[in-house]
Design a protein around this ligand. Structure first.
Ligand code: UDP
Ligand code: MG
Length: 136
């Protein structure tokens, strides 16, 4: 009956660079997420452009793609009941300065661009993003 969902999470380069991946993964498991799959990768700028295609008209698009391809990232499939919304809640607002107390971006984010984590924003996008990184 319960609607177990999957969502895509990324620990972004700024967090991997500061060696925060274990702390962040612990936050997910502590909050009831199962890390179903994970891998550490370093994507190209072209791959980042494809991943963030929805933002291609935004002024921050180029910086964003440079940034996501600037160093290793951890991509994960997270599972939980209502995983998409639950992960968005745990991450907090895009801008760490506006993120609620206790959220990942509040705790670890450096700035609106270096905000430590990505999470899918809908079930439809979660499916697409999971396929993008985990094709098998
Ligand atoms: N971003 C940025 N400048 C902005 C807005 C967003 O650099 O003014 C970056 C930021 O890293 C964000 C990503 O672009 O996480 C995607 O933006 P979105 O609006 O989808 O935010 P999110 O869904 O990650 O909260
Ligand atoms: Mg988004």
């Amino acid at each position: 009956m319960s609607n177990l969902e999957q969502t895509l999470s990324i620990i972004k380069p700024d967090a991997v660079e500061r060696d925060l991946q274990d702390k962040i993964k612990e936050e997910f498991t502590k909050n009831g997420f199962n890390i179903f799959k994970e891998k550490k990768i370093h994507i190209t700028k072209t791959e980042a452009e494809e991943f963030y295609k929805v933002h291609q008209t935004k002024i921050f698009y180029n910086n964003l793609c440079e940034y996501l391809s600037s160093g290793p990232i951890i991509v994960m499939i997270l599972e939980k009941v209502e995983a998409v919304a639950e992960n968005r809640k745990l991450m907090g607002a895009t801008d760490p300065k506006k993120a609620e107390e206790g959220t990942l971006r509040k705790k670890y984010g450096l700035s609106i661009d270096k905000n430590s984590v990505h999470g899918s924003d809908s079930q439809e996008n979660a499916k697409k993003e999971i396929l993008f990184f985990f094709k098998d």
